[in-house]
Every structure is written in structure tokens, then in C-alpha cells.
Design a protein around this ligand. Structure first.
Ligand SMILES: Cc1cc2nc3c(=O)[nH]c(=O)nc-3n(C[C@H](O)[C@H](O)[C@H](O)COP(=O)(O)O)c2cc1C
Length: 352
């Protein structure tokens, strides 16, 4: 896919995900075939006020390229200033968040609230497009609620502003992250605009990615929660979209090795605090594996990077030691709280 100067080598993109898509996570996604990755949403107000925490969210490494920033806000002048700052930081694109369902964002007329005022949406988007030479893109939901689904109209307005593509998270604001995504609306958006359309919502397997492209005609697929503990989804999705066999799922050894790599990468940035930050990721890496709940419990009590790494290798030894095959054998369903479910639920206070 081409968006002005930006060339995407592949059709599987990593979503912006608050609290998840930091630099180590994005690096892993790119290494495993994500065509493009995004920093989590940043507030345009925070950026223009030069809030150091906002700047920290925008740190990236050259090997992540192409890497996009994502801005949230509803004031045209502030969004334009913030976009200029993203350009100065060297990002490959600026995405505009028109989907965040979180109450404090909506209260400032931003995120998904922008879908309810198309004049404002047009004004803000145009101000950003005029402010920077980088490709500007938009990520929308399909509407505010099931009675006001307007993604096709939003797409037409956005097309007139000069954005380079539209990503459609196929849920309404009211649905937040629940229920099944309405892929048929992605197909409707694709018909309504000549812009490239990126489909998003409920892609958890390579087969889902193919089905989304086949059913909606979307130009590329953006993956959010399906990437948690599963960077292999990008390369396996690339293969199936190229008409090839997706290849095998990662082995337990690959999962643990990747968790260790992720841990060390995070430690380079965050020091010993990485052992706490890695808890949710580890729960995701071992989802569905034998006795994962014991590992997660141990990791939650670990105090250092070295201790977490030791626990991961010891767990792999347990996995690779032949066991009597019983109902609790390899591949048995994950125990409650050991499969990352609770962690995902707590991470679900997401932004898009
Ligand atoms: C924890 C979490 C954080 C999120 N943060 C953002 C964000 O910063 N910006 C955004 O546009 N969407 C955000 N989203 C929405 C996702 O990018 C994506 O649109 C949504 O999860 C649907 O895709 P999926 O079914 O593949 O997860 C977030 C979602 C979750 C679960």
C-alpha cells in the first residue's frame, strides 16, 4: 500500500493500543512482519503543553519504521500544532483518533465524539493536513451508536480533507470493545470512498485476516488485541494474504524465548520496573499453555528481571518435560486468571 511518500510492505498493521504498544512491543511486531506500527494515542493538549509524559509515549527507535503517531483532540489549532511537533519528531505519519470511547476524552468533544459533528471533524482534519507534509490518516468507529452508524458519510468527508487512508474499527462508541465487530460496515465504507480502507476489529487469527479482506474488500488489516502475546500473527497473516499456508503456530519454546527477549528489551528502557510491566505480556505469551496460572502467580511475586527470566526458563523446562498424559496434560484449558483474561479486561479501558 502506498500513502504519499509512505510505502507499506505488507497488509498487516499494528493498532495503536494505550498501555501496550510501547517501543519494545512495536519493535517485536515489526520484526515479525507488521507493515506499520503506531504509538498509543497522545493528547494534542498534552503535547503542545510539552508534558514530559506525553513525549515519553512518542519515543521510538529507527528499526520501528514505518512508525506512526496518533493524536487525539478537537481543537483545530492545537491539533495542527501537535501534528507539527509529530513531524519534528520524525514520525512517518500522523493518525487522528476519531474512535476513543473513554468518557474523559468524549467530555472534551474528542475521540468518537468527533463522529457526531462532521463540520468539526472536517475543520480539524483539514487543519492538520494543511499543517504538515507527512501523510495524515484517520481511525474511526462506525458511528456513535447503532442508530447513528455514519462511517460511510464520515469517510466521504475525510476524503475531501486530504487524508491518505481511513482505518475503520467496526464498532460503535456505545459498543466500546464488546460484541462482534460489524465488518459489513467496512465493506460499505470501501464502496463509499476511493481512499484505501484499513479494516479493524476481531482479527485474532491469520484466517480472520483473510476473511476480513475477502468479505469487505479492505486494503489492509489492523490488529489490536489479537497481537497480545502473539507477534507471529503478523507474519502468519502476511503469508495467508499472499495465498500461502500461514505456517504453524509458535511453539512453547518460541513463546518463552520471545517473552525473554521482550523482558530484556523493556528492561533497557525501564530498568527493574520492567519485571512488573511484563506481567500482563507474560500472561498473554503463555495463554492456553499447561499450568500457566502457576507461572503467572510466580511472576506476579517476582521482584527482579533475573527472577522473572529464571521463572520463564523453569516453566519451559516443565513444559518440555514429558508428563503422563492426563486430562491436565499439555494444551489443557488455561486456569482462571492464568490465561491473561483478567489482565486483558483491565487493559480494556482502551482508547479506540
Ligand atoms: C487496551 C487497548 C488500548 C487501546 N488504545 C487505543 C489507542 O490508543 N488508539 C486507538 O485508536 N485505538 C485504541 N484501541 C482500540 C484498538 O486500536 C482497536 O481499534 C480495537 O481494539 C479493535 O481491534 P481488535 O479487535 O483487533 O482489538 C485500544 C484498544 C485496547 C483494547
Amino acid at each position: 500500500m502506498q500513502a504519499g511518500p509512505l510505502h507499506l510492505d505488507g497488509k498487516m498493521l499494528l493498532s495503536p493500543l494505550c498501555g501496550v504498544t510501547d517501543s519494545p512491543f512495536r519493535t517485536l511486531a515489526r520484526r515479525h512482519g507488521a507493515a506499520m506500527v503506531f504509538c498509543e494515542m497522545t493528547s494534542s493538549d498534552g503535547l503542545v503543553r510539552k508534558n514530559p509524559k506525553t513525549f515519553e509515549l512518542l519515543e521510538y527507535r529507527p528499526e520501528e519504521r514505518p512508525v506512526g503517531s496518533q493524536l487525539c483532540g478537537s481543537d483545530a489549532a492545537i491539533m495542527a500544532d501537535a501534528a507539527r511537533m509529530c513531524a519534528d519528531l520524525g514520525f512517518d505519519s500522523v493518525d487522528l483518533n476519531y474512535g476513543c470511547p473513554v468518557r474523559k476524552v468524549i467530555a472534551r468533544d474528542a475521540g468518537a465524539a468527533m463522529l457526531t459533528d462532521l463540520h468539526r471533524l472536517e475543520r480539524v482534519t483539514k487543519a492538520v493536513v494543511d499543517a504538515v507534509s507527512l501523510p495524515v490518516t484517520a481511525k474511526i468507529r462506525i458511528g456513535w451508536d447503532k442508530n447513528t452508524v455514519n462511517a460511510h458519510e464520515v469517510a466521504r468527508v475525510l476524503e475531501g480533507t486530504g487524508v491518505r487512508w481511513i482505518t475503520v474499527h467496526a464498532r460503535t462508541r456505545t459498543e466500546k470493545f464488546t460484541g462482534q465487530a460489524h465488518w459489513e460496515v467496512i465493506a460499505r465504507v470501501k464502496e463509499a470512498t476511493s481512499l484505501p480502507v484499513i479494516g479493524n476489529g476481531d482479527v485474532k487469527t491469520p484466517e480472520d485476516a483473510k476473511r476480513m479482506v475477502d468479505e469487505t474488500g479492505c486494503d489492509a488489516v489492523m490488529v489490536g488485541r489479537g497481537s497480545f502475546g502473539n507477534p507471529w500473527l503478523f507474519e502468519r497473516g502476511n503469508r495467508i494474504l499472499a495465498g500461502l499456508d500461514p505456517g504453524p503456530e509458535p511453539t512453547p519454546r518460541e513463546r518463552i524465548q520471545t517473552a525473554v527477549t521482550h523482558l530484556h528489551d523493556l528492561a533497557r528502557k525501564k530498568g527493574e520496573y520492567a519485571s512488573t510491566l511484563m506481567r500482563k505480556h507474560i500472561a498473554w505469551y503463555v495463554r492456553g499453555l499447561y499450568d500457566n496460572s502457576t507461572l503467572c502467580r510466580e511472576v506476579n511475586h517476582a521482584k527482579s528481571i533475573a527472577e522473572v527470566e529464571e521463572l520463564l526458563w523453569r516453566y519451559l523446562d516443565r513444559l518440555e518435560t514429558p508428563r503422563a498424559s492426563t486430562a491436565a496434560g499439555h494444551g489443557a484449558p488455561a486456569a482462571a486468571n492464568g490465561d491473561g483474561t483478567a489482565t486483558i479486561a483491565s487493559a480494556l479501558d482502551g482508547a479506540g
